[in-house]
Design a protein. Structure first.
Ligand code: IVH
Length: 693
């Protein structure tokens, strides 16, 4: 393909992908399959790489991310980002409407919109191209989050049509749909990270991430609701409709109202149906529609006089706290759970609420027998926010936190500085053992789908398996005929399981097949604390085998990418335990993969075998991730920090001064991108490459 053909094809692909994005994200009406879409995008990315002169900041390839923001630049807003006067009282909404009527002395039309519960964003478009995205900050200046915002599919990178103003500012709210929120939290829990409290916090945290590729994975969304500045429209509604035509996402839940009754009717309808929306809203915004009237009403120092936000009260009910149960998780953490008199809240019957830990129970003075207030905010699990002291029965009992594990009786421990209690009986406490087995067989670990929670329960109850290595000793004759009725955790429904011939055959086959699972997943499956999927992959890539990991000391572990002190300690502790060493020995004997195979790595060559690189700065031909992948593709290793074991520091533009100093002090050669390309292209190995300047 020559340059001209490439230019044309890039233009064509860009237009086509933009249209498909709009159809998919804004209209929810895709016209091609995901597979076809990915094909178009891949072609565009390939061409842009080959012909970088045609790279365009508005290219839809920006959606996949890759850019890193180290520090978010502070930017002053052209028009301050004001907040809205808000109220929980219907009376104050009526007063607002009365005040406006009096001030204007004429008929007024209102637009009622959703009040999106997310993070406010101000976008600037120059000649139809997104050039800047800034958070609200203190209203006067905010953070430049443009690179991250470009990954949000519903935000146009280039506007549609030709009648947009050459300079356009628009305001909206970045939100995280509840489904995406649940997925993120599920993953965080799996990786033993603190889950986000609600979608708003998750959206705000996502926007401030340094790696835009990570942001792209978060599936953020954005609705627009305001165009500051002088536009040639008569009403707010016309502004929004024009914005919609230019490609912005405008909610369909919006009404024109001529009087207060119509306003309340919309408020009530949305209050009742808000749980059916795929994202959180926390109220309704009421705005004067005519821009002329808005101008006349003006602003106070903080907010416009022409708008008000009516906020929904968090749904709260009162019910009785019947008892407290203690749940033991896979890692031994013990969580107190309130058993409540069942009560209807936000469309579901609530019977339980998390009480988090001992300190929270004490600080809220929660006693058994109390009438408690239960609330559902953005959170999935309802929480007890307080107690009705006036109605406290004389018989209410102070909570004495469990001293022993409810499952195995072992005295519970609480580490200094930590809020949680935990059961230290890792190898003998049933939920911990079963939890570890369930983790081991799970889809992302060994993926033994012929086993599941119920079947693991039977195997454990019959003393056939008490640890993950026992699975590989199972024989068909031990399993045939076993059965059990059990209560499924996901829906508390009773299920009956019986091990007939076919079931047993599948179980044995599934276990046998799992021996083919690659090292990184085996490493994740064995259940080292804090070693989630991503960390396991980094460890596997860096060390190559379990033997190397077991040999590594604290410092050596920390040299691997993304391995901090907490994870390094946890790995050391795991392998120090003789029981774990024995399990690894048995699993090895059964033939599980405990090292990376070259085919698995899909190596291009072994030119960099035995070399460890520290990558620093930015590169011309590669993004940082790409150059690291290239190192691995030639059998080299990446390390996060420079040490005496580093072979080369691969330096791009703007290498950090600290790194340069450290490399010099340890006499580690610093090589350039060109040196590196020569190393992997040539027959020579890296030995002959000199220092870069
Ligand atoms: S209009 C000058 N409309 O609520 C008025 N704001 O409490 C600009 N918000 O900072 C704001 N939904 O982040 C407007 N439909 C909506 C909104 C909305 C959510 C947020 C926005 C603002 C905050 C004010």
């Amino acid at each position: 393909m020559n340059r001209e053909e490439a230019r044309q094809r890039i233009g064509q692909l860009t237009a086509e992908i933009n249209l498909h994005n709009y159809n998919y994200y804004d209209l929810s009406m895709p016209t091609i399959t995901d597979f076809e879409f990915d094909g178009l995008l891949e072609e565009l990315i390939r061409l842009e790489k080959e012909f970088p002169e045609f790279a365009d900041p508005a290219s839809p390839s920006q959606r996949v991310g890759g850019g890193i923001t180290k520090v978010f630049r502070q930017v002053r807003h052209t028009y301050p980002m004001l907040s809205l006067g808000n109220t929980y009282s219907e009376e104050e909404v009526s007063e607002f409407e009365g005040r406006i009527h009096k001030l204007l002395g004429e008929e007024t039309e209102y637009i009622c919109e959703l009040k999106f519960d997310g993070v406010a964003i101000g976008l600037t478009y120059q000649d139809g191209v997104l050039v800047q995205a800034v958070t609200r900050g203190d209203g006067v200046q905010g953070d430049d989050v443009t690179t991250n915002v470009r990954t949000i599919h519903s935000i146009p990178l280039r506007l549609q049509g030709d009648d947009y103003p050459s300079h356009l500012e628009i305001r909206g709210e970045i939100i995280l749909p509840r489904k995406s929120f649940e997925n993120i939290n599920r993953k965080r829990l799996e990786e033993e990270e603190e889950p986000f409290a609600n979608p708003r916090n998750a959206a705000s945290g996502s926007l401030k991430m340094q790696d835009s590729k990570e942001v792209a994975r978060r599936r953020l969304d954005c609705y627009f609701y305001y165009l500051p500045g002088d536009l040639s429209f008569a009403t707010h509604y016309e502004c929004l409709m024009a914005a919609k035509k230019w490609g912005f996402k405008i909610s369909k839940y919006m009404v024109k109202c001529g009087n207060i009754d119509e306003i309340f009717s919309f408020i009530n309808t949305m209050n009742e149906s808000r749980h059916e929306l795929p994202f959180d809203i926390d109220g309704i915004v009421i705005k004067v529609n005519a821009l002329e009237q808005q101008k006349e009403l003006g602003y106070t120092t903080k907010s416009p006089r022409w708008a008000i936000a009516y906020k929904f009260k968090a749904e709260r009910v009162i019910t009785r706290l019947l008892s407290i149960a203690y749940q033991v998780g896979r890692t031994g953490a013990v969580t107190p759970v309130a058993n409540l008199q069942p009560v209807l809240l936000a469309g579901t019957v609530v019977k339980r609420a998390s009480l988090h830990n001992e300190d929270i129970i004490a600080s809220r003075d929660i006693r058994i027998g109390d009438l408690v207030y239960v609330e559902k905010g953005g959170e999935i699990i309802p929480k007890i926010i307080g107690v009705d002291l006036d109605q406290r029965p004389a018989s209410a009992e102070t909570v004495v936190f469990a001293k022993n594990c409810p499952e195995c009786g072992t005295p519970l421990l609480r580490n200094e500085g930590e809020a949680a209690h935990y059961c230290p009986n890792e190898a003998g406490c049933p939920p911990q053992i079963k939890g570890k087995l369930e983790h081991f067989i799970s889809r992302k670990a060994m993926n033994i789908d012929s086993l599941g929670e119920g079947k693991i329960g039977i195997l454990y109850d019959n003393k056939l398996v008490t640890n993950i290595a026992d699975l590989y000793d199972l024989r068909a004759d031990q399993l045939l005929g076993l059965e059990k009725v059990y209560e499924a955790t996901e829906n508390k429904k009773e299920k009956k399981i019986s091990f007939r011939e076919k079931t047993v055959e599948n179980i044995i086959k599934g276990i046998e097949q799992s021996k083919e699972t690659g090292f990184e997943r085996v490493l994740y499956a064995i259940g080292i604390r804090f070693v989630g999927e991503t960390v396991a992959k980094k460890l596997a890539d860096h060390f190559g085998s379990i033997d190397q990991i077991m040999k590594a000391n604290f410092e050596e572990l920390k040299e691997a990418e993304e391995i901090g002190e907490k994870i390094a300690w946890s790995i050391l502790e795991f392998f120090r335990e003789p029981k774990n060493q024995e399990i690894i020995r048995r699993l090895k004997e059964k033939g599980l993969h405990f090292e990376i195979h070259n085919e698995e790595k899909n190596l291009k060559s072994e030119k960099l075998k035995g070399m460890t690189f520290v990558v620093s700065g930015t590169f011309e031909k590669f993004s940082r991730d790409e150059i690291k992948k290239e190192i691995e593709a030639h059998a080299g290793k990446n390390a996060g920090s420079i040490s005496s074991r580093t072979t080369f520091v691969l330096a791009g533009e703007n290498m950090g001064p600290e790194k340069a100093k450290k490399a010099a002090s340890l006499n580690i050669p610093v090589i350039s991108e060109v040196d590196f390309l020569l190393m992997i292209a040539d027959k020579r190995t890296g030995g002959q490459v000199g220092q870069a300047d």
